[in-house]
Write a new protein. Structure first.
Lengths: 473, 151
């Protein structure tokens, strides 16, 4: 446990370095492009990145309690970022995941992931092939790739949302759907259920709208004499991406090469699986006597959450690198997907990893799991604070039970006297305090003791928030 | 219910095509995430000649979350309790999504070959194991004969 704080600070420093390199790297890469395209792409990139910037600024103090409506708004904004759009493509893949229908699986920071994909530091989210057959001809493969959807089908009826009223989805307010005769707690539960059901439905509709747009532009492009849609990939691109696909060892689906490689043991992983690998929820260390204690009795500072391990070789601080094919820079910040023409297929032949040694988690090429969820530290601190509050409450209740009714204890000690706490004698309290070796001055009144306890509590909470601020920096 | 992920389909196919010696896992007809498993006791262990029935369930988050595995056959083992729950690192903190049904069941089989009474789940069994190892092993043999005989 002893070396953990130092390590955390280190990680924070690394992260801030990384984010600096992120913003600095973008302008350089746009330099080589012609004027018109540059303006268009950078404005698009600008919007994508802007949404990130504003999500950051609204969270200036991550420890501040958010209202239910604020939380709902943030969640909805996150879900909007998970919609796959065919116009937002990078090297033939996309900025949002293909198959994850539960939001819990993809609770990463969408802004961070999108900019990593734009910078070609993380493989884009490709649409996977369920199977791959070496015997497929060029034409067959192109046809199969042509038929791939933008997003895996959502299941229409999710058991958890069965019978939950949705109301008018175009209205953001759904207060009237909540049964006001229920207890406040029940109302809160109902609200969150309705919100989640509505959000699921909305996501489905948003994605469907994008699917339709995609389909329409594909149909449009098929019409004789039609101008090709610049956002749609050329046949060369489709073929080159998917021939010699590689199976992700986690989801068993086929993805285009190059794929992300673990920094430590050079094993492949698709982006969709990579973004789902995260720290365990904050917990107490195992194999300790602590296991038998009540939650309130444990030391909140012992709560930990270890960095993720590599799924293949268990090295701590799991991270990946991605080596894009430099001659195949298409989509955002590259040439238009429809104009891509294969060179001699050499680059794909050399799909062997360019890198042959492992890299440190702090290497600037490496993207760690932690960097996709920069709020892990805040989460851990919040859980610690919650526990600290609970144990402080428990202690206060315990103490006040003992102190506020000294008469009760006195009577049990002396048996014959019953002293009402409202007008008990200081001398009596003094004698009693002496007996028990009490910490309180002998003539303290209940009110004084209470004051002192409040003071102590304020001191503790000040210290706590100071510590929290420090660690959040 | 959501459709079955490709990974589960492929793993099941591969389990059938290329079974592990001494291990058998068959998905339930009604629920393809629920497997009925048998494991043969490893040779030269107190569980030799026994055939142990287990159940294995793949939770929604599989493979990000470990499969749930439990012994159905009664067994005398320091890391397996009366309810059949198993204390095995790869089923808990050391789970990795790169592991599979196959590898997990192999680990369970290996646990039968080398019980670890220093990290017990069934405390009484572990105590026996540490104090009177011979007696404990004899008891494990006896239970194997009694509850895990080949049918």
């Amino acid at each position: 446990m002893g070396n953990v704080p130092g390590k955390l600070e280190n990680e924070n420093a690394v992260r801030s370095n990384r984010s600096m390199s992120t913003s600095a790297a973008l302008p350089h890469r746009t330099n080589g492009m012609n004027g018109a395209r540059k303006a268009r792409t950078s404005s698009m990139v600008g919007t994508i990145l802007n949404s990130r910037r504003c999500s950051e600024s609204s969270d200036l103090n991550p420890y501040k309690r958010k209202s239910t409506k604020d939380k709902e708004r943030l969640k909805e904004r996150h879900v909007k970022q998970l919609i796959v759009k065919h116009g937002e493509s990078v090297d033939g893949g996309f900025l949002a995941p293909y198959g994850s229908s539960s939001i819990e699986k993809v609770d990463y920071d969408a802004g961070v992931v999108k900019s990593l994909i734009l910078e070609r530091r993380l493989a884009p989210f490709y649409t996977p092939l369920q199977d791959y057959d070496e015997s497929w001809s060029h034409q067959e493969l192109v046809k199969i790739v042509d038929g791939l959807p933008l997003h895996a089908p959502f299941s229409e009826d999710v058991e958890a949302f069965e019978g939950v009223p949705l109301g008018d989805l175009s209205q953001s307010d759904f207060d009237d759907l909540i049964d006001k005769s229920l207890s406040r707690r029940e109302q809160r539960r109902m609200r969150s259920m309705i919100f989640n059901a509505r959000l699921y439905r909305k996501r489905l509709l948003w994605q469907e709208r994008e699917n339709e747009k995609f389909l329409e532009s594909k149909l449009e492009a098929k019409k004789p004499g039609a101008r090709s849609n610049p956002c749609l990939p050329s046949d060369d691109l489709k073929f080159e991406l998917y021939y010699k696909g590689v199976e992700c060892p986690i989801c068993f689906l086929y993805y285009p090469q190059p794929i992300n490689m673990s920094r430590c043991c050079l094993q492949p992983i698709c982006s969709e699986c990579f973004v789902q690998i995260k720290r365990a929820e904050p917990h107490f260390p195992h194999d300790q006597d602590e296991d038998h204690k009540e939650e309130e009795e444990k030391d909140p500072n012992l709560l930990t959450s270890e960095p993720t391990n590599c799924p293949y070789c268990a090295t701590s601080d799991y991270g990946i690198t991605y080596d894009p094919v430099l001659t195949r820079k298409v989509g955002l910040q590259g040439i238009k997907p429809f104009s891509y023409v294969s060179g001699n297929l050499e680059p794909v032949e050399s799909s062997e990893p360019a890198r042959r040694r492992s890299l440190a988690a702090t290497d600037r090429l490496v993207v760690t799991s932690d960097s996709l969820r920069p709020d892990w530290q805040v989460k851990l601190n919040k859980e610690r604070m919650r526990l600290a509050r609970r144990s402080a409450n428990a202690t206060a209740i315990h103490l006040s039970n003992q102190l506020v009714t000294p008469g009760h204890q006195a009577s049990s000690n002396l048996q014959t006297h019953t002293v009402p706490s409202s007008n008990y004698h200081p001398e009596f309290a003094a004698a009693h305090a002496h007996d028990n070796g009490s910490l309180w001055p002998s003539n303290a009144t209940a009110a004084e003791i209470e004051n002192q306890m409040v003071e102590q509590a304020i001191k503790l909470s000040l210290a706590e928030s100071k510590a929290a601020k420090k660690s959040s920096r | 219910m959501a459709s079955l992920p490709k990974r589960i389909i492929k793993e099941t196919e591969r389990l059938v095509l290329d079974p592990v010696p001494g291990i058998n896992a068959v998905p339930h007809e009604d629920n393809l995430r629920y497997f009925q498993v048998t494991i043969e006791g490893p040779q030269q262990s107190p569980y030799e000649d026994g055939v142990f029935e287990l159940e294995l369930f793949l939770p929604d988050d599989y493979p990000m979350e470990a499969p749930k595995v439990r012994f159905l056959t009664k067994i005398y083992h320091p890391n397996i309790d009366r309810l059949g729950r198993i204390c095995l690192d790869v089923l808990k903190a050391n789970w990795s999504p790169a592991l599979q049904i196959r590898t997990v069941l192999l680990s369970v089989q290996a646990l039968l070959a080398s019980p670890n009474p220093n990290d017990p789940l069934a405390n009484d069994v572990a105590e026996d194991w540490l104090k009177h190892e011979d007696e404990a092993i004899a008891k494990a043999r006896e239970w194997t004969k009694q509850y895990a005989s080949r049918k």
